[in-house]
Design a protein around this ligand. Sequence first.
Ligand code: BES
Ligand code: ZN
Length: 586
Amino acid sequence: MTGGMARLDPHSYADDSQVETEHLSWVARVDFATHTLHGEATLTFREPGGGALDLDTRELVIEGAADQAGQALPFVLHPAEPILGARLSLELPPGTRAVRIRYRTSPSASALQWLAPEQTLGGQHPFLFSQCQAIHARSVAPLQDTPRLRLRFTAQLTVPRALTAVMAAAHAGRSEDGELATERWEMPQPIPPYLLAFAVGQLASQDLSPRCRVWAEPAQLGAAAYEFAEVESMITVAESLFGPYDWERFDVLTMPPSFPYGGMENPRLTFLTPTVIAGDRSLVSVLAHELAHSWTGNLVTNANAEHFWLNEGFTVYAERRIVEALEGEEMATLHAALGRRELDESMARFPDRPELTHLRTHLGGIDPDDAYSLVPYEKGYFFLCALEAQVGRPAFSAWLRSYLADFRFGAITTDDFLAHFERALPGALAKVDAARWIDGPGMPASAPAPRSSRIEALERLAGTVPEVAATAGWSATEWQLFLEAVPRPASVETCRALDARFAFTASTNYDVLVTWLTLALQAGDASVLPRVQEVLGKVGRMKYLRPLYTALAKNPQTRALASACFAAAGKGYHPIAQQLVESLLR
Ligand code: BES
Ligand code: ZN
């Protein structure tokens, strides 16, 4: 069976001996009554070919397959594997240029969340969104679902007439017919399948600049437009650092609160959690992060999930360069110091699985969602900082631009990065012991440590209840660093004194709020429980669910409350967030 065939990716059935998809034409009808997409996917190949073709699917019902002439093609849908999903095998006659597959999705499709009207701000209309990274696109359409194979696409979605559909692509028109509306798009830039993205709901938009528009439910549009107003200046700065913005538009979609991530870098249309709308732009580094992916991740893409640090570590580095340019070096250093603290906490979650704290991972038999942590983000960031310190900023910046230019619209592995860096700046990798960073556990003792006078001032206050005057002018990042540095477990008295003076429980900055609530829960401070329940009932972002449920479940006095919160709110969480909480409560 094997002679010369090789999998391109441990998380895909795509095989390098088979034809490669170059273009997808996707047509689907969105049925809110049954939580089903009725779809037709036409895959056109780079070159005509024949023989076996294996596609990735998950929970799809395949209704038929045909070639470009409409000639039916035999297919076999294999039994589902727990991580990869079900392989769809087709047998193509020689010279096949395209296959057209009719199918429908499952109501439990892992990429989709269907929200009832009462789960939206407006309360009148349902909402649907996709989240395909890392390997969920296959639950929306049959594909060669590996980032090694980029595709261009056209798409057409039929939705209820009262709703608007948006997609990470160029809008090409809307037509209405009776109760229904059909929206069309074209994606001129080739993308890895995990960047396929769309949402359907009652949406309104406001222009922020000629190339930036914000979308949100009408009730949140004004707040979102205020929060993200700096986006054009961010793009300008990013272009000066990383080269021209290659995606024409950068729009932002404000997601429902159940969106499981902070943001998702869907090209031309970044998805952002509404929890970043603090009212004072104090969480816009998430926007900078998703924007930075337009270069690191979307232009230069990890070849598979084992090289995820190439996406996220580079993006955290790029995000902090943007923050530094807009808000100054001091602020970027504070972000890095917080990153280091969160990294140490993340690593502590993997005492029995040190291999998941390597930058390059081996994920055969492992679900990328289970391997997800801050390690590729922050360890990747500090590794790049170590390289930058070794060669100096000017040389590192010049190399970064050449790396982005050379691998533009490509997919690469860790070895591709290493070879490129070594060619440009020979010897530096060995000097920082890159092998230890990439294939070793934990953090090297030589890792650069963020230092500044404000960090030192914070450290002096650790564990005290400071005078209000001593905290004048603190940024949200400083408040978080301060809270993170309170020795655990704190006493209930300390918590009460802190909250009486600084009103953390009333904070509108979710990062500060959740850091505070976690500290108070770990102290056994029952007075925060109503606020914890409120957050868990309203927000489905996994970054917040994880520490809150963990702290609740760890304390015998609040363990039952954790289960009760999940029983009450869990149905409103995204499928992957439900899975996370179930694993925490087990
Ligand atoms: N691409 C990620 C989100 C993601 C990663 C989704 C892996 C699915 C699988 C996105 O760019 C991201 O990193 N979001 C962060 C925000 C950030 C500022 C670190 C998040 O969600 O917290
Ligand atoms: Zn990211």
